[in-house]
Design a protein around this ligand. Structure first.
Ligand code: DUC
Ligand code: ZN
Ligand code: ZN
Ligand code: ZN
Length: 484
């Protein structure tokens, strides 16, 4: 059985051209003019692009005393509805739990996935078991990215000594270090101070995590990664302070990537000052939304290439879950949704405004991600031999975002009321048509795990620090007496 996508304009990260795409056995087998197949999908007036990859989701994640409410079923359905055909979720060991043990839990949850997926591994503590299991995770399980929380003190946070040890091990094994960059010690101090002064509402969440805590942690992580000789991926880059550190590191030739979220690009801190408690609490995430200057910085970073990819950090909690934090903002589960809306929102606010070209859109929603995570060109490409993960994008199709019509399992949408122009006509996951003329026809369990090999080529020591400080004891005479 073959499928042909006809009459569309193919857009990749580097080319735009008219051609048909022929699919068989879940892969693209031919690109050309006048192709025929058993099934025809009409792409007249549409762009044919690599399906989106969301490199940052938390589906059914145990966090802050509860579980995020979209799981691999509703989460991957939401992804496909919005043109995303692969998600990368974080396997999260609780402190003291082995990496392989945690992975078993994520293996079980992900059997429900409607689209392909991969995992990053979180490092939430450090010890011999983590050191040993990292090798199995990278070499046998095909997971080459490891996230470190520099925030969430007393829960998930790791200290600098643990981070340096972990980064060094990753450098040996061909891994990439990731960081949630916020100074957890300072956040804990500011939070306690705010609460003591009677600031208990959701707006205090934003005050407790100013851009400085993110800028400081990003700079620190970049320097530690440099000394350890490991590439670094900074998740949810939300502000100029962090972007500036990433931009400078890249100019210096360091292999560092930044990942703005669609929420930070399009929503600002005024949301936390809404008089409706639920409205503000539903938007509590870390890092918090920022002001317009920071948003401009993120858009500029995407245009200039100093920021590489757009993600969601999809971690959806219901209003009832958010209400755990009435009277104490530190108990509001941190997280917002966005899986279904990332591609349409970025198209509407990026391409339709002229900030991004369609080719740049493909780069930051798919191809750059596949390259960094080392699954290109299986993913992120329209090429013969690539997986047929494709979105046929209708740039004229419109909708108003509303929770009443979303796929996500929660009861609100942080983008409620936004007017969208640009939506999928078809979404294909390994050749299976999961969105057909806008209608969702995905299959539970269709998704497969995507293995990602270590990439030793990107893993050289990033600075000359090691050579400059190679231990060479200096021979000395006239050593003074000690213990005086
Ligand atoms: N930030 C969130 O808002 N939610 C999940 C984890 C995180 O770092
Ligand atoms: Zn995070
Ligand atoms: Zn996250
Ligand atoms: Zn199938």
């Amino acid at each position: 059985m073959t499928t042909v996508i006809k009459n569309g304009t193919i857009v990749t990260h580097d080319r735009t051209y008219k051609a048909d795409v022929l699919i068989e056995g879940g892969q693209i087998i031919e690109i050309g003019v006048g192709l025929k197949g058993d099934e025809t999908l009409d792409a007249t007036g549409c762009y044919v692009m690599p399906g989106g990859i969301d490199p940052h989701t938390h589906l059914e994640m145990p966090f802050m005393g509860t579980y995020s409410s979209d799981d691999f079923d509703s989460g991957t359905r939401a992804a496909l509805a919005g043109g995303t055909t692969m998600v990368v979720d974080f396997a999260l060991p609780s402190p003291g739990q082995g990496l392989l043990d945690a992975l078993k839990m994520w293996d079980n949850k992900s059997t429900r996935a409607h689209c392909d997926y991969s995992f990053h591994m979180a490092v939430t503590w450090w010890g011999e078991q983590v050191f040993d299991e990292m090798k199995t995770v990278i070499q046998d399980r095909g997971i080459n990215t490891f996230k470190h929380f520099m925030a969430y003190k007393g829960a998930l946070m790791v200290n600098d000594d643990e981070m340096y040890a972990s980064f060094g091990r990753l450098a040996e094994l061909g891994g990439i270090a990731m960081v949630h960059a916020e100074n957890g010690d300072v956040v804990a101090e500011l939070s306690a101070k705010l609460l003591a002064a009677g600031n208990t509402g959701p707006e205090a969440h934003a005050y407790s995590r100013p851009p400085q805590v993110e800028g400081e942690a990003t700079n620190r992580a970049i320097m530690i990664a440099d000394m350890a000789g490991v590439p670094l991926y900074v998740v949810h880059t939300s502000c100029e302070d962090s972007h500036e550190a990433i931009r400078r590191a890249r100019q210096q030739g360091k292999r560092v990537w930044g990942e703005p979220l669609i929420q930070h690009l399009t929503l600002d801190e005024s949301e936390y000052f809404n008089p409706d408690w639920d409205h503000a609490a539903r938007r509590v995430m870390s890092p918090p939304f920022r002001n317009k200057q920071h948003q401009d910085s993120l858009w500029a970073g995407l245009q200039s290439g100093s920021l590489s990819v757009v993600a969601t950090d999809h971690c959806a909690f219901t209003t009832d879950q958010k209400r755990f934090g009435v009277g104490d903002f530190t108990k509001i589960p941190n997280g917002t949704g966005g899986l279904e809306d990332r591609m349409p929102m970025l198209w509407t606010y990026g391409v339709n405004t002229g900030r991004l070209t369609p080719e740049e859109f493909v780069a930051v929603t798919s191809t750059n991600i596949a390259k960094i995570l080392n699954c290109y060109p299986k993913k992120g490409a329209i090429l013969p031999g690539a997986d047929a993960d494709i979105v046929v994008w209708d740039p004229e199709k419109t909708k108003t975002i509303t929770a009443a019509k979303q796929v996500s399992a929660i009861d609100y949408n942080v983008f409620e009321g936004k007017e969208i122009r640009g939506l999928p006509r078809f979404t294909l996951t390994r050749g299976h048509v999961a969105v057909h003329d806008g209608e969702l026809r995905s299959q539970e369990g269709h998704g497969e795990f995507v293995k990602r090999a270590p990439n030793t080529a990107t893993n050289k020591a990033l600075s000359t620090w090691k050579e400059l400080t190679a231990p060479r004891p200096v021979e000395r005479s006239g050593i003074p007496a000690t213990g005086v």
